[in-house]
Design a protein around this ligand. Structure first.
Ligand code: SF4
Length: 318
């Protein structure tokens, strides 16, 4: 039996939790200092590259860009257009992330033992009361869908608690942090919402780590998503994040990247190319490309797409 008089020390970390600390920790020498004019150079490069495309927008129309739109327009453009026509609807897989992030936020400040079912229920209750869109959807779903959402969120949150050390408030953890930049006088809006940030810059020395928590497998586009966040963060703060990391809960593994000026410049070019494509597709006469591949399986245009059908038939999936 445990000695009840023994002092309760911190729980020892399991190997997965220790790996998170080892991956994200940095000594003072590992924190790069960036030039104070970096933000201005990046903004100037971005504005020079995108302004000719923005001039093709109709009067009074601005261009909104987030990581999802940017990734979609760099994939199959016909699928991008088909999905743009579909109205956004909350579903269990999209709502799950919001519930998990809210539970993580509650866990940071929770007094007493963190019980995953209790925190997921508290997160659901808080979102149902707080967030307008998600709140409406949560209030309207049936018992079976709600149970499915709770089950999936509980699975992901439990894995997060297993794999991550308890977040100390000194690490400045922030969940669902909104990032936004409006270059070109607001004609281009760059918008993002980061799952989790830790740390902060000190002067021009980078210190923030941006983390996306992922269920499912790795995908190269996740790295590009984080690079987009790094660019927006640099445009707004003047100092880039120190590190970008996708954390895959099912495998308990990181794919991480240290942010450099080259990374940010490459992202400026990707954003500018995306703006060119978006303006051409939505407001010009650009013919959308068709890029068959695994996304054909759930593409809303698949019934009328010969290229997609051929790709699916080759795999007996048509
Ligand atoms: S079915 Fe495939 S190739 Fe066709 S539009 Fe959709 S994703 Fe593109």
């Amino acid at each position: 039996m445990q000695d009840p008089t023994a002092a309760a020390g911190p729980e020892p970390l399991n190997p997965a939790q220790q790996a998170v600390l080892d991956e994200l920790g940095a000594s003072a020498e590992d924190r790069p200092e960036f030039p104070d004019d970096l933000r201005h150079h990046l903004r100037a490069a971005l504005e020079t590259a995108v302004e000719p495309h923005l001039d093709d927008l109709p009067d009074g129309v601005d261009l909104y860009l987030n990581k999802h739109r940017l990734a979609m327009v760099h994939g199959c453009e016909a699928r991008f257009l088909a999905e743009e026509d579909e109205p956004f609807e909350w579903r269990v897989p999209t709502a799950r992330g919001s519930v998990v992030h809210k539970a993580v936020e509650l866990a940071v400040n929770w007094r007493g033992p963190v019980e995953p079912p209790l925190l997921v229920d508290e997160a659901l209750a808080s979102l149902e009361a707080d967030q307008k869109n998600l709140s409406d959807w949560l209030q309207g779903i049936g018992e079976a869908e709600r149970a499915e959402l709770r089950s999936q969120a509980l699975d992901a949150f439990s894995k997060y608690l297993e794999c991550w050390p308890p977040l100390k408030s000194a690490w400045r953890p922030v969940t669902e942090s909104r990032l936004r930049a409006e270059p070109c006088g607001g004609r281009l809006v760059l918008d993002g919402k980061v799952d989790l940030t830790l740390g902060t810059a000190r002067g021009l020395v980078a210190g923030k780590v941006i983390v996306d928590l992922k269920t499912g497998g790795t995908n190269a586009v996740h790295r590009e998503d984080l690079r987009f966040y790094a660019l927006v963060e640099t445009l707004r703060m003047g100092v880039p994040p120190r590190m970008l990391a996708s954390y895959y809960l099912d495998q308990a593994t990181f794919v991480s990247e240290v942010v450099t000026e080259d990374t940010l410049r490459a992202t400026v070019l990707r954003v500018a190319d995306g703006v060119d494509r978006l303006v051409g597709l939505l407001h010009g006469d650009r013919t959308p490309s068709r890029v068959p591949g695994p996304p054909c399986r759930w593409c809303p245009a698949r019934a009328d797409c010969a290229e997609g059908q051929a790709w699916l038939e080759e795999r007996d999936e048509a």
